[in-house]
Write a protein that binds this ligand. Structure first.
Ligand SMILES: Nc1ncnc2c1ncn2[C@@H]1O[C@H](COP(=O)(O)OP(=O)(O)OP(=O)(O)O)[C@@H](O)[C@H]1O
Length: 543
């Protein structure tokens, strides 16, 4: 486990951590008290001293109460661990959420990370943490008590103790790779299943669904094989740990037995030591049992660290007070490649987009127009070069300032499973008249009037389906309502007939007054409204 992971665990709320440590310490003291009480009781019976049997009643009662208290402490500890686990997972989900616009990962990658990977962290808190506490608190406490009672047995405990962690370390080296392989196959399986679901209608149409089924079966088999390899290692690790701890307990038992026979150890002391032995090795045994789940959780944690990268760093907090509105946009030797690819989509692009004008980005398919819009919207970060609004670098601008400045409408605007009102206003409280006006400007008025539930009409999953052109105009209505000084529109009129396109372009032209508008399109009608035309060549350079 890396020191970073320990730091993460220690950074959990101090009060809960202190409570957990207190539960563990009290539990360990109770183990000592119960063992002492029980050894004394048995000593009493073994010496066949039945004359004062009534005297044992309070001892039995104390034993019963201590057992109850230990059960309660253990319950409280579990409860606290569950709360801490929920907190840690919530924190990671929040970090993933914050990273959403900055990482060009697919929805599928995000869902796997946000669900399975984050949930795997549960084992770090609920399984690894109590073992860690027991190793740090219980074992030293029991060892000190044993040392005070019988130094020879304490030496035996101390000598046998390092064997198990060393063994775990060796097994851990093998388990780490197997666990990583398992995660890799799980990712491939999730991705294959996602693809199958998305393309099922198309595959059925061409009668190819069986081929995909075979592919999925192969992925599933690979995942099962990888899981089996992890389970085999898990079996080996728990078997090895059981063996080591059982042998260690046997050594302690034989040693105390022999010394008991030689009369060099009192019966009650020997019995007390024997009662403590399984409790002493218990954290190691638990470590062996939970080893593969902990390694699995560790791999998940590393995956999250890789994904989040420097998400923990402070985000830019600059502001745009001196910014002239609407600003001109300057791109200086801008380069960008998608992660995992070597060819830059945008390479050394230097360009000025004038303020208060409509600029059209055009160029062959794949020349990087959409990518450039995403860079301007701050959805991707350039590999090198700068984007400045007047003279203020976009990269140093606080996210809230950037949000107030820029609106972006992608080629296929996303529909939320929500009312038409919330889909346009993006869940902000906006008067219905303004929403209706945005719908009118985006040429959706006739459609909107035909809806029996008006702005309350449910859209998105399970709601009213929209055509591609309607979705585009809905995206435009959103941008008109958001009313930002810089508005980026990707193919706003694709697939529309001439009349509809003319209406939409009229609305965009009216909206462009005192705004910097950047459009991506191949359509001649869009070219006609543009003040500046920039043609991108493959590699993102102006042609
Ligand atoms: N998420 C991604 N990961 C890797 N490569 C990508 C990704 N998105 C786009 N690309 C690649 O980047 C290049 C530019 O894509 P982009 O969508 O920016 O082009 P475009 O000019 O907008 O194309 P079109 O006119 O067809 O929409 C393409 O070669 C594409 O394959």
């Amino acid at each position: 486990m890396t020191s970073q992971l320990f730091q993460q665990l220690i950074s959990l709320p101090r009060k809960s951590l202190a409570l957990l440590a207190a539960y563990e310490l009290s539990g360990s003291l109770l183990i000592l008290a119960i063992a002492k009480d029980f050894a004394g009781l048995l000593n009493h019976f073994c010496q066949q001293d039945y004359s004062h049997i009534a005297e044992t009643a309070p001892v039995l009662l104390a034993l019963f109460l201590m057992l109850c208290l230990r059960a309660w402490l253990s319950y409280q500890q579990q409860l606290n661990l569950k709360k801490l686990s929920a907190l840690l997972r919530e924190k990671y989900r929040l970090l993933i959420h914050q990273q959403l616009p900055n990482q060009p990962a697919s929805v599928r990658d995000y869902s796997l990370l946000a669900v399975e990977t984050v949930d795997a962290l549960d084992n770090l808190v609920t399984k690894f943490f109590p073992i860690l506490l027991a190793l740090c608190l219980r074992i030293p406490l029991l060892l000190t008590a044993i040392l005070l009672i019988d130094p020879i047995t304490a030496a035996l405990f101390a000598l046998t103790l390092p064997i198990a962690p060393f063994l775990l370390y060796l097994i851990g080296q093998a388990t780490k790779k197997a666990s990583e392989r398992e995660w890799h196959h799980l990712e491939a399986l999730t991705s294959g299943f996602h693809e199958l679901l998305r393309g099922m209608a198309m595959l059925k149409l061409f009668g190819q669904e069986n081929r995909q089924r075979e592919r999925l079966a192969a992925l599933s088999h690979a995942f099962a094989t990888a899981s089996l390899a992890v389970l085999q290692l898990a079996f080996v690790s728990s078997f090895a740990l059981e063996l080591i701890t059982t042998l260690s307990i046997a050594i302690i038992a034989v040693s105390t037995g022999l010394r008991l026979l030689a009369d060099s150890l009192a019966f009650s002391t020997a019995f007390f030591l024997l009662l403590l032995a399984p409790k002493f090795y218990d954290p190691l045994r638990q470590g062996g049992l939970a080893f593969h789940t902990i390694m699995d959780a560790h791999t998940a944690w590393q995956k999250l660290q890789d994904f989040l990268g420097d998400a923990g760093q402070d985000s830019p907090t600059g502001h745009n007070q001196q910014l002239q509105i609407p600003p001109a946009i300057n791109l200086d030797t801008l380069s960008y490649s998608y992660p995992g690819t070597s060819t830059p989509v945008i390479e050394q692009l230097t360009l000025t987009i004038p303020a208060d004008k409509i600029t059209l980005l055009t160029g062959s398919s794949g020349s990087g127009k959409t990518t450039l819009l995403k860079l301007l919207a701050g959805l991707c970060q350039p590999d090198s070069g700068t984007i400045t609004l007047n003279n203020q670098p976009l990269a140093t601008m606080a996210e809230s300032s950037r949000q107030k400045l820029i609106a972006y409408v992608p080629q296929d605007p996303y529909l939320f499973s929500a009312s038409l009102r919330n889909n346009i206003a993006l869940f902000q409280p906006v008067p219905d008249e303004r929403i209706a006006q945005a719908l009118r400007l985006a040429s959706l008025e006739t459609w909107y009037f035909s809806l029996p539930h008006g702005l309350d009409t449910h859209l998105g999953a399970g709601g009213l389906p929209l055509s591609e052109g309607q979705r585009k105009r809905l995206g435009l209505a959103r941008a008109l309502l958001q009313n930002r000084p810089i508005t980026l529109l990707d193919e706003p009129t694709a697939g529309m007939d001439e009349t509809l396109e003319a209406n939409v372009l009229r609305a965009i032209t009216a909206f462009s007054r005192h705004r910097t508008i950047i459009l991506v399109s191949h359509r001649p009608a869009v070219k006609a409204i543009a003040d500046t035309i920039v043609e991108l060549a493959p590699g993102g350079e102006p042609a």
